[in-house]
Ligand binder design. Structure first.
Ligand SMILES: Nc1ncnc2c1ncn2[C@@H]1O[C@H](COP(=O)(O)OP(=O)(O)O)[C@@H](O)[C@H]1O
Ligand code: SF4
Ligand SMILES: [Mg+2]
Length: 350
């Protein structure tokens, strides 16, 4: 079993999940003349639940499977095993027509927005187009009121007559967001919403994400920016080589007694856990800069971090870690860690 994501961790998570996935496996096969056929397990048995009104952050280094998971959860790509349930319906068994309708409720935003914008339409016309499609109940006056409201929300009122060519990258993203909001989605997957933005646009995007949270919008926030994640998310899932290796309430990130050794490394890289917060066992590893593991060297039967872990040799459990996949253990309320160290008494892993 991978880290379980089914434990409510905040007041927002008491209802039934909006989205629920179990045992997701996604493999990619690539072919090259030099290396032949190679297989990458982008998802290696992932379980996840997202509850109404919560912001779930997915963190992990590049190549850990975050975008693939976001896509699978919206059926933007196929799976090799597992299931995704959206509002009680099996997403991968949905007929095309139903899937089209469901897509209004579940959307991926912020990525490649430019490609979705019509070059000859103004900002106002593009938002209007979304409303005509998804809100047939509104007449022209109702639509105009909603357009004004949405453009105000995303800070584009003054740009309503502009076409995409005269908008900045950040403004294009916000047009995309206004179009998405026009459909009133139930769940948003925001993949790296602040990456590649200059400081000012990044700040306004963060503000927007906060406003969405205040409006109880449910979203999966994919980001490697731990500072952003701590400010916005309710719950944080840590991914490594296609597995979720830790699930932790955001308020406990860097503040709890036990973290997965890989989470420690991520936090060190992000300068999140200073000396005061770092548990003693990790402090001893400090100063040893470590490179990401190539996916191919991960042991699929064992722990994906075994080849790189400093804790396992210290505890004398490396032989077990190399062959056995660690189950997720609850180490605190809503805090799950997939590491054999979590099974041991805290004094043994210090
Ligand atoms: N279309 C694809 N073809 C082959 N490999 C892919 C494809 N998409 C993703 N991968 C591989 O799957 C792994 C996870 O990728 P991705 O989900 O993009 O990670 P992340 O978003 O965390 O950076 C990586 O090793 C990546 O190279
Ligand atoms: S299961 Fe073993 S190898 Fe994996 S993180 Fe824990 S101690 Fe390290
Ligand atoms: Mg990605």
């Amino acid at each position: 079993m991978n880290a379980r994501a089914d434990e409510p961790a905040s007041a927002a998570t008491v209802a039934a999940p909006i989205l629920s996935a179990r045992g997701l496996v996604k493999r990619f096969r690539t072919r090259s003349l030099v290396r032949g056929v190679r297989e990458t397990r982008a998802l290696d048995g992932v379980d996840i639940d997202v509850f109404p009104g919560e912001v779930v952050a997915l963190i992990g280094e590049s190549g850990s499977g975050k975008t693939t998971l976001g896509k699978v959860l919206l059926r933007l790509t196929t799976i090799d095993a597992g299931s995704v349930t959206l509002l009680g319906q099996d997403l991968f068994a949905m007929p095309r027509g139903e899937l089209r309708r469901a897509r209004r409720d579940f959307q991926m935003v912020f990525q490649n927005q430019t490609a979705n914008l019509h070059p000859k339409m103004s900002v106002q016309q593009m938002v209007d187009e979304s409303l005509r499609l998804h809100r047939p109940d509104l007449d022209a006056t109702g639509r105009q009121a909603r357009i004004d409201e949405l453009l105000g929300r995303v800070g584009l009122t003054a740009r309503s007559g502009q076409r995409p060519a005269s908008l900045s990258g950040g403004e294009r993203r916000r047009v995309g967001l206004a179009r998405i909001l026009a459909t009133k989605p139930r769940l948003i997957v925001a993949d790296e919403p602040t990456s590649g933005l200059d400081a000012a646009i990044k700040l306004s995007t963060i503000q927007l994400l906060k406003e969405l949270k205040e409006e109880a919008m449910t979203y999966l926030l994919i980001s490697h920016d731990l500072g952003l994640v701590r400010r916005i998310a309710d719950r944080v899932l840590v991914m490594l080589h296609g597995r979720i290796i830790e699930q932790v309430p955001a308020r406990l990130l860097g503040e709890t007694e036990f973290h997965h050794p890989y989470t420690h490394r991520l936090m060190r890289a992000a300068d999140l856990d200073d000396d005061r917060r770092a548990p003693p066992r990790e402090r001893r590893d400090e100063g040893r800069a470590r490179e990401p593991l190539p996916i191919e060297s991960s042991v699929h039967g064992g722990c994906v971090y075994a080849a790189d872990c400093q804790l396992a040799p210290r505890l004398g459990i490396l032989p077990r870690c190399a062959v056995e996949r660690p189950a997720s253990v609850e180490v605190g309320r809503g805090h799950w860690v997939a590491c054999f160290g979590a099974e041991l008494p805290p004094e043994d892993v210090r």
